[in-house]
Ligand binder design. Structure first.
Ligand code: NAP
Length: 253
């Protein structure tokens, strides 16, 4: 595994469960202090922190709704106060809303998915750039956004609103990467396919993994840790010439 020489701290939004928890464990194992952000699952976030500390790493759990600007400001201040200067941000927090067709989509659900997935990623990236940009006195760093294969597949009959939110992440990744490259910040995205986390049950379809998994070219859903491995690579100096990329981790889907 590649290592990251600059052992600044890393904020993982939605680090309490699923892909975010796997990322937090991996970057902590490389020596980075990790801020494990969560929205509601305090006990799950504390379990991730406890596992990191038990393995000799540094971490803290910080509650913040990434869709709320004030809470994002407090998340970044608290992370730096407790863990030292920032090196990276993993914009992982995301929700799908309930499975269903556009004709049945409540406007409140559309607004919430866009607020968490799009506005939340923008707000967190803005706070990261304010701290990392070399033209603002920072040391440079890395941002990794969570897209989805849904951005290209479209999510028909399931969640076109969610797919569209991830399409926004793809465009955001490309534009921000070009905007901050000269300021020493790389910005990339990972686009997972069907991954074995609680997100499918949360969307109202706990059988989704078992139903769709066999139809994926690699014949199964991916694991959170397989996505985390790609994210950690993008964070690392091994990806030093990679920016504006969207790395598909979809088992061929
Ligand atoms: P998950 O298991 O449902 O976990 C979601 C995480 O996001 C939790 O830690 C949750 O915190 C946090 N979160 C939700 N809303 C938040 C908010 N407003 N503010 C802060 N944190 C919030 O999800 P996952 O499957 O690991 O997905 C992680 C990312 O990968 C998402 O962006 C998702 O869209 C993307 N993705 C997943 C898949 C997949 O198949 N699993 C595929 C493509 C892309 P709490 O526990 O406190 O609620």
């Amino acid at each position: 595994m590649s290592t990251i020489p600059s052992l600044g701290s890393i904020i993982v939004t939605g680090g309490s469960r699923g892909i975010g928890a796997a990322v937090a464990l991996r970057v902590a194992a490389q020596g980075h202090p990790v801020a494990v952000n969560y929205a509601r699952a305090a006990a799950a976030a504390q379990r991730v922190v406890a596992a990191i500390v038990a393995a000799g790493g540094r971490a803290c759990a910080i509650q913040a709704d990434v869709a709320d600007e004030q809470q994002v400001l407090e998340l970044f201040s608290a992370a730096e106060a407790q863990l030292g200067p920032l090196y990276g941000l993993v914009n992982n927090a995301g929700i799908t809303g309930r499975l269903g067709k556009l004709v049945d989509l409540p406007v409140e659900e559309l607004a919430r998915v866009m607020a968490v997935n799009v506005t939340g990623s923008f707000l967190c990236a803005r706070e990261a750039v304010r701290r990392l940009a070399t033209d603002r006195g920072g040391r440079g760093g890395v941002i990794v956004n969570l897209s989805s294969r849904a951005a290209k597949i479209g999510g028909a009959n399931d969640w076109v609103h969610y797919a569209a939110s991830k399409g926004a992440i793809d465009t955001f990744t490309l534009g921000l990467a070009r905007e901050v490259a000269a300021a020493g910040i790389r910005v990339n995205a990972v686009a997972p396919g069907l991954i074995d986390t609680e997100i499918h049950a949360s969307a109202g379809d706990p059988e989704r993994l078992a139903r769709i998994g066999p139809n994926i070219p690699l014949g199964r859903p991916g694991s959170a840790d397989e996505v985390a491995a790609a994210i950690v690579w993008l964070l690392s100096p091994a990806a030093s010439y990679v920016t504006g990329a969207i790395l598909e981790v979809g088992g061929g889907r």
